[in-house]
Design a binder for this molecule. Structure first.
Ligand code: GLN
Length: 462
């Protein structure tokens, strides 16, 4: 299937690397274990998966969508990779992404964009557009994504697939190339809610090698899906966030969203409107916090440790500084440079309090809005989950926003608040938009470690 749909000028281009022999070895090991009468460790044993190329796997190259890592072979497995392999999941290859996961369309990949299988002239979302496109094009039934500001949820929304961002710290970040460490989270993607939940349980859980990994037991999300299928959403209290809708949202997306809310109400959920007044500052805060953290994280690409090394131009002295500057100048793309410059500025002496410090305060206020919406005490709305559109628009055309970074950033309007607060959130297909005929995703957000409620509501859409 990958050979049939991925290559060529108008191919889906979901994969940057296909792991032929490595994947066959993993599959053979699952068969051998079965033949020897050993029961599979997981119901996903033998099921193929597409791995976003920002999670490292020994034996496969890792690029993070950047020229600066071209040719780098990671010497170890990420914890997520280890857990997948232990469960017998077969890793088909590494999927395309915006460079270092910065973007909403995969057009920032140094290796060319992926295409949306629903319409090959449109974007599959980003940064994890390769993983989402692989699912939508039936190249793999499972995929791994990473979500810092929406990179699992927005691609899921615009490709009609399912993607979940677990509670921050719920899945290990060990072996995941860092974008913004206080926001990054690995998560499961699939075509159905049950498959997503099965994958969630394989990858989640405490890891002593990640200092932000949470020690609490993994929420039973597979049970939650079964419960949702049996009992539906009757009696659940679902909040509609007033600030996530209206201006900036495509009419067809809003119509589909209202229909989804009506369906939840008809199924017995109690719908309440909640206000989260600080969400409107989310985008501004995120685009200070993220560049600040990434300018620091990307300092490790110094031409000495990994991948690319470019010699300084003729006539220039060869020093650590000139080699670093030539390599970073050639190896990083425009969006990455833009964010490094922004972040370095926001963190510099004299500006730190005004920019980075203020953004962190806004982050606390946004977290407070969520506490108010989920909490019952002190006038809280006491919601089990909150819902909104996952993406303000359906898949847009390749090239449409590529020269307009602000227009690109607006795709994250609905997903960023949940990222800043570290709560679990997912996108589940809720139908097609009447105005474009393209898929719309419903975002379901739950309090920290409240994944069970989130999956229960998601199961109503299968
Ligand atoms: N579109 C967001 C950004 O460009 C999402 C990034 C992400 O979640 N990795 O920052």
């Amino acid at each position: 299937r990958i050979a049939a749909v991925d290559p060529g000028d108008r191919g889906v281009h979901a994969f940057l690397h296909v792991s032929g022999d490595l994947a066959l070895e993993q599959a053979a090991a699952v068969d051998a274990a079965r033949a020897a009468g050993r029961t599979a460790a997981s119901p996903l044993a033998g099921v193929p998966l597409a791995l976003k190329d920002i999670v490292v796997q020994q034996g496969a190259p890792a690029t993070a969508g950047s020229r600066i890592l071209e040719g780098w072979m990671p010497p170890y497995d990420a914890t997520v990779t280890t857990r997948l392999l232990e469960a017998g999941v077969v890793i088909l290859g590494k999927t395309n992404l915006d460079e270092f996961a910065m973007g909403s369309s995969t057009e920032n990949s140094a290796y060319g964009p992926s295409r949306n299988p629903w319409d090959l002239d449109r974007i599959p979302g980003g940064s994890g557009g390769g993983s989402a496109a692989a699912l939508a094009a039936f190249e793999a039934p499972l995929a791994i994504g990473t979500d810092t500001g929406g990179s699992i949820r927005q691609p899921a929304a615009v490709t009609g697939t399912v993607g979940a961002k677990p509670t921050y710290g719920g899945v290990s970040r060990y072996g995941v190339i860092a974008l913004a460490s206080s926001l990054d989270q690995v998560g499961p993607c699939a075509r159905t809610v049950l498959d997503t939940a099965l994958l969630h349980e394989v990858i989640a859980g405490h890891d002593p090698r990640d200092s932000t990994s949470i020690p609490e037991p993994v929420p039973s999300v597979v049970d939650a899906v079964h419960r949702g299928r049996a009992d539906g959403v009757a009696g659940m209290r679902i909040g509609v966030v007033r600030e996530l809708g209206g201006e900036g949202y495509q009419p067809g997306v809003l119509d589909s969203f209202r229909a989804a809310v009506a369906a939840l109400e008809a199924a017995g959920a109690e719908i309440v409107e909640v206000s989260c007044p600080h969400f409107r500052y989310g985008l501004a805060a995120y685009y200070l916090i993220l560049p600040s953290e990434c300018s620091s994280n990307l300092a490790r690409f110094d031409a000495m440790r990994y991948g690319l090394r470019v010699e300084p131009a003729a006539g220039q002295p060869v020093s650590a500084e000139t080699v670093m500057s030539a390599t970073r100048g050639a190896g990083f793309g425009a969006e990455v440079k833009r964010r490094i410059i922004l972040g370095t500025y926001a963190l510099s002496a004299g500006y730190y309090d005004a920019y980075y410090g203020s953004a962190q305060k806004v982050r606390t206020l946004i977290k407070g809005d969520f506490d108010q919406a989920f909490g019952a005490a002190g006038g809280g709305a006491g919601c089990d989950v909150l819902v909104s559109p996952a993406s303000p628009v359906t898949a847009f055309r390749l090239g449409e926003k590529v020269d307009d970074p602000l227009a690109m950033y607006l795709n994250d309007l609905a997903t960023i608040p949940g990222s800043l607060a570290g709560i679990p959130a997912m996108s589940v297909p809720s139908g097609l938009a009447a105005d474009t005929g393209l898929p719309v995703g419903l975002q379901i957000m739950a309090p920290a470690l409240g994944e069970a409620a989130m999956y229960r509501v998601a199961s109503a859409f299968e």
